[in-house]
Design a protein around this ligand. Structure first.
Ligand SMILES: Cc1cc2nc3c(=O)[nH]c(=O)nc-3n(C[C@H](O)[C@H](O)[C@H](O)COP(=O)(O)OP(=O)(O)OC[C@H]3O[C@@H](n4cnc5c(N)ncnc54)[C@H](O)[C@@H]3O)c2cc1C
Length: 47
């Protein structure tokens, strides 16, 4: 049983999930995409 549910793993809710875990809260985070980060996306540029 989870104590909190976070819908989406964009930057804001990913950080919220991390903070909740740090505080010892059992949290479930739902993200429909295959990666976290939402609109923020880091990648490697190739020359
Ligand atoms: C072109 C562009 C350039 C930017 N440049 C900068 C910059 O230089 N510096 C900066 O600080 N910010 C920048 N931003 C803003 C930054 O990307 C956003 O402020 C930030 O990513 C928003 O994070 P968020 O977690 O609020 O939302 P999002 O990143 O939008 O994340 C929302 C997440 O929720 C998920 N989701 C949506 N609906 C559902 C659902 N029904 N169920 C489950 N999951 C769901 C999505 O898949 C997504 O992963 C830029 C934005 C854009 C578009």
């Amino acid at each position: 049983m989870f104590e909190a549910v976070v819908v989406g793993a964009g930057m804001a809710r990913f950080v919220a999930t991390h903070r909740l875990l740090e505080a010892g809260v059992q949290v479930q985070c739902f993200e429909p995409r295959a990666r976290i980060g939402g609109r923020a996306h880091a990648g490697t540029l190739r020359a």
